[in-house]
Design a protein around this ligand. Structure first.
Ligand code: V47
Length: 378
């Protein structure tokens, strides 16, 4: 493989990685340009194994999208409806949202992940009570809720600062921020695909504020639409710079664009090769971010298995009730049991580790897997 790395023109990159040196923007562009996927994967896998060996993390979580009413008009979105009452729009009552957790009392869940549309009419109390209710139902559950875009929207709508919003939500039970809404940080792209939601600087500043308040967060990158490869590298470099400042990022999550039922439906979805390359480059560029997540709902289960040899060490979780990707054409299941996830990780030659949101180990690789069909987790 060493000869192959040299033949791919990446020997100097390999040497710098060995010396623990940071890769530059230009290196990132060269990595994307490298045609030898296996050489790239080999380097990404070395970095993955340095940090995590063969361990592959997942968690037992549920996804909740309490409303799809959204004043933003992102071209890639198949989930949002502009106004309450528009065909296909919905907004859960608090009781309906809490029921999603109550009905899963039998599941050993550790996380609720909430992402909503930007609803123009709900009072701030709706979100405060949403969190309080979840904590009443399950005091130990970790609430990873509201993207930085939602935080900025709340601040503008309710006449608060971003910090006031974060503090109020934290007091009500918010534990961390998910990574949604990052899309691509480059202004050129944002202007075209998501012009009416918060800009990159404010998005990053909100993550920095959250870290300052003791919360952890993730950052995503929506790839495979109109962005250039340079803009992907720029997105990674800006994420890395934030982490240098505030250190609270846990995972970086490339999200493969799904073209069904949205305004960019004429574009083809990213290929498997692009998905492998993008995750591998992320692992190599983001030297200060502990985890690279392959979101199996977005990549497909089969590609997610291969990603475990291309820099990815985390597969998100059981997910359950995902809507954003399924409305955009995802053909993956809407949920996996922990048995399914452990089996697919082992089948890829890796060691499954169930974690909580903060990466404390719940079930290590040594635990025997349940025979398929015997453990009812859904
Ligand atoms: O912000 C929307 C993306 C995100 C499409 O933090 C689309 O652990 C592809 O943020 N094709 C929401 N992507 C999902 C998200 C997420 C996912 C997994 C883990 C975590 C985490 C966060 O979904 C949105 C947007 O970037 N998205 N529409 C689409 N058609």
């Amino acid at each position: 493989m060493h000869g192959r790395v040299a033949a791919a023109g990446l020997q100097d990159v390999a040497d710098r990685l060995d010396a623990g040196e940071r890769l530059s923007f230009e290196d990132g562009c060269r990595l994307f340009a490298c045609r030898d996927l296996l050489a790239l994967g080999f380097l990404a896998n070395r970095e993955r194994e340095k940090r995590h060996g063969g361990r592959t993390y997942y968690n037992f979580n549920i996804r909740l999208e309490a409303t799809n009413v959204c004043v933003a008009s992102c071209l890639f979105c198949s989930f949002a409806r502009l106004k309450p009452g528009d065909p296909g729009s919905y907004t859960m009552s608090l009781e309906q949202a809490w029921d999603k957790l109550r009905h899963r009392a039998h599941q050993p869940l550790t996380e609720v992940h909430v992402v909503n549309g930007l609803h123009p009419d709900l009072p701030f109390d709706y979100y405060i009570e949403l969190l309080r209710g979840f904590k009443r139902i399950r005091p130990g559950i970790h609430l990873k809720c509201f993207t930085a875009v939602e935080i900025a929207f709340f601040a503008d709508l309710y006449g608060m600062t971003d910090e006031q919003v974060l503090r109020a939500l934290q007091d009500a039970g918010l534990d961390s921020l998910p990574g949604g809404g990052a899309e691509v940080f480059a202004e050129r792209v944002r202007r075209k695909i998501c012009h009416d939601k918060c800009g990159a600087d404010r998005y990053l500043a909100i993550h920095r504020l959250a870290h300052g308040l003791g919360m952890r967060s993730n950052i995503t990158m929506l790839y495979g639409h109109i962005e250039t490869l340079e803009e992907r590298v720029d997105h990674m470099v800006r994420t890395r710079a934030l982490q240098d400042l505030s250190g609270g990022l846990q995972a970086f999550i490339p999200l493969a664009f799904h073209p069904d039922n949205n305004q960019m439906r004429k574009l083809p979805p990213p290929t498997a090769a692009d998905t492998l390359r993008t995750h591998a480059v992320a692992r190599l560029m983001l030297d200060n971010i502990p985890h690279i997540k392959g979101f199996w709902i977005a990549t497909g289960v089969e590609v997610a298995q291969v990603l475990l040899w291309f820099g990815v060490d985390d597969l998100d979780g059981t997910v359950q009730e995902e809507k954003i990707y399924h409305m955009a054409g995802a053909r993956t299941p809407e949920a996996m049991t922990t048995t399914d996830i452990r089996r697919l990780i082992r089948a890829a030659g890796r060691e499954p580790v169930e974690r909580d949101t903060l990466y404390n180990v719940i079930t290590g690789p040594e635990a025997p897997d349940q025979p398929i069909g015997t453990m009812v987790t859904m």
